[in-house]
Design a protein around this ligand. Structure first.
Ligand code: C2E
Ligand code: CA
Ligand code: CA
Length: 330
């Protein structure tokens, strides 16, 4: 396996792994092959010799993954997903101007299953497409019922996360637009969030999607900026309308003096390009004040509210408006 094999002009590299599975028979033959896949995926791809041995801890992780995967299918069938909304606060307007929709999944036995755990599984098994449809439908229902009839809430858009698998579909627009039409939601009220990892998976197709959505007034925000091998080239290549700086970048800005210099420059570049900037992961007043002084436009973080169910979120926004008016009077 040390040399690539040529096939139709492409060089294909193969790798092999030797897996040790103590008491493999306890897993049942139907799970054994999946377990081998799970084990090999745990080893970094760059590692050349693979000798993997599954211990009890690894086996436990595998079985939890299987349980969650089975629950995902049930949750789709039985409509068990919930959508929470996290405020995006404008430092200039001093109010909540957008929300990010974040999916939630709970089970009596498993408790709350974090999206960081089930979204990657849903991406692997393809159920992400159905989950995204559920989330989008829920957002449009929420906008039609609460936001469109109440302009005084000041909510301009809901940010919805889209996954790589959705972007590989040329009919992405055709799968999204009818949902908005059904609820009479204007296209500018949904912003699609895309990570740089997703954008580079199929860059030409992604660029085409962005242009197509642009024609109907729907914009994209770059999510988790700075979490991957990000550099300013993404800002040049793709017509993003907003940039969201990843929460780990925000945290290192306040912890690491070198990171602070680098991030300050990134912020300046984004500002010079005229792109609205959202900093994620702001948890303290001092952090918000420091970013306001830098001219950052918007903040998303626990300081301005955690993700909440819709009723709580509406109550929260109204309370913020009330506090702003009272402050204005005094
Ligand atoms: P994300 O898109 O980067 O969403 C922001 C995450 O940061 C959320 O985690 C939010 O709760 C968390 N967060 C926001 N502010 C703070 C803060 O101040 N401190 C801390 N410690 N955390 C903060 P959550 O809801 O657990 O979601 C995790 C990830 O799962 C999301 O990261 C997104 O990649 C994915 N995800 C969630 N909902 C969806 C969805 O509907 N569709 C897709 N495709 N992915 C989703
Ligand atoms: Ca996001
Ligand atoms: Ca993010």
């Amino acid at each position: 396996f040390s040399h690539p094999i040529a096939m139709e002009g492409e060089e294909i590299l193969f790798s092999a792994a030797i897996c040790g599975i103590p008491y493999g028979n306890q897993l049942g033959s139907e799970n054994l092959l999946n377990y081998v896949e799970y084990l090999t995926a745990l080893v970094p791809r760059t590692q050349e010799t693979l000798l993997v041995r599954g211990d009890e801890y690894v086996k436990h992780g595998f079985l939890r993954q299987k349980t969650i995967e089975a629950y995902l299918y049930r949750a789709i069938e039985e409509d068990l997903f919930e959508v929470y909304y996290q405020p995006i606060y404008s430092l200039k307007e001093k109010c909540v101007v957008s929300l990010e929709a974040l999916v939630r999944l709970k089970d009596e036995k498993l408790g709350a299953i974090p999206p960081d755990e089930f979204i990657p599984l849903a991406e692997q098994n393809g159920t992400i497409t159905q989950i995204s449809e559920i989330v989008l439908e829920e957002c449009c229902r929420f906008l039609a019922k609460h936001v469109l009839p109440n302009p005084s809430l000041g909510i301009r858009t809901i940010h919805v996360n889209i996954a790589a698998a959705q972007c590989l579909n040329r009919n992405l627009k055709e799968s999204i637009l009818p949902v908005l039409e059904r609820y009479h939601v204007p296209t500018h009220m949904i912003t699609l969030e895309l990570t740089e990892r997703t954008a580079i998976e199929a860059p030409k197709l992604m660029l085409w999607h962005m242009q197509e959505f642009g024609k109907i007034g729907m914009g994209f925000a770059m999510d988790d900026y700075g979490s991957g091998n990000s550099n300013c080239s993404y800002l040049i290549r793709f017509p993003f309308r907003e940039i969201k700086i990843d929460k780990n970048m925000t945290w290192s800005y306040f912890e690491n003096p070198t990171a602070k210099i680098v991030i300050e420059n990134e912020i300046k570049t984004i500002q010079k390009l005229g792109l609205p900037l959202i900093m994620e992961g702001v948890e303290k007043k001092e952090q918000s004040d420091a970013l306001e002084a830098l001219g950052v436009d918007m903040i998303q973080g626990y300081y301005y509210g955690k993700p909440m169910p819709e009723t709580e979120c509406l109550r929260y926004i109204r309370r913020m408006h009330f506090a702003k008016e009272e402050y204005g009077k005094s």
